[in-house]
Design a protein around this ligand. Sequence first.
Ligand code: HMG
Ligand code: MG
Length: 286
Amino acid sequence: MPEPVTIYEVGPRDGLQNEPGFVATETKVALIDLLSDTGLTRIEAASFVSPKWVPQMADAAEVMAAIHRRPGIRYAALTPNMQGFQAAQAARADEVAIFASASEGFSRRNINCSIAESLARFEPVAQAAREAGIPLRGYVSCVVECPYDGAVAPEAVRSVAQALLDMGCYQVSLGDTIGRAGPDDIDRLLAHLGAAIDPVRLAGHFHDTGGRALENVAVALDHGLRTFDSAIGGLGGCPYAPGARGNVSTLPLARMLADAGWDAGLDLGLLARAEAFMATLKAESA
Ligand code: HMG
Ligand code: MG
């Protein structure tokens, strides 16, 4: 029997937040609806952040209201603070995510506070999510390298990941935010984390700047990780991480996993349809 693995689609959030222009609400909705047909069970659909910081996500509430929700899919949203959490809850997000950094430079640039301040800010969000029965996910960015501070030590990743788990995150996603990590870096990191954290509570979030994201997934599978974030068509990047390219692309990831005997429960033909939809839009806007 093939072993199950989860692909966590982040294209509508991580992908579209980084598009140069504003993607129309109906286009976002159409993309999410296409993705909902593919067998995915997790779709990060929006981000309730400051529209001054990320104007591309300003229509998060409208997107969440207009999508056709399929039973069995959790439509998730990023929530950097209580204001974001309350908006996400009002928009009926099925899951929320808090996002920290393992490096101080990125934390400041991305969410305008230190790592310690961010963790303090997430506490009430975690508590509110717990009280509301909304699953809480965590991100740690810059797990190998930071665009501002350079190399990041595995110890720094471990302490932030542990803090997010202690706060109640069911899973922490490890972001190679600028996509420069190679398999050796991921191996070293996961060997360090694995001594303290059950690997099924970790996810890989590999941007693909260096073209090594699929290799990084393979190494992470060896370390026991079973959830991988990806974006349809390889969309993605963070406006506060200069040089970062897209996330690992969903369809090639799904193919690689299927070829290696993993069961992600996805229909590759329908994923190709969603990818083609995005490609057409990109061609039209180019
Ligand atoms: P701040 O300016 O320090 O916040 O930003 P503030 O509390 O002082 O508020 C300033 C203004 O923002 C106020 O409005 C607030 O109402 C508003 P004003 O009075 O000036 O009109 N505001 C909000 N509006 C809507 N929703 C909110 C919200 N919060 C405050 N939730 C803040 C701090 C965290 C808000 C800001 O820095 C921010 O929004 N940052 C988000 C940056 C972001 O979204 N980055 C991309 C996502 S992270 C990522 O891509 C990495 C990841 O993929 C993993 C990886 O690859 O590594 C997850
Ligand atoms: Mg990302």
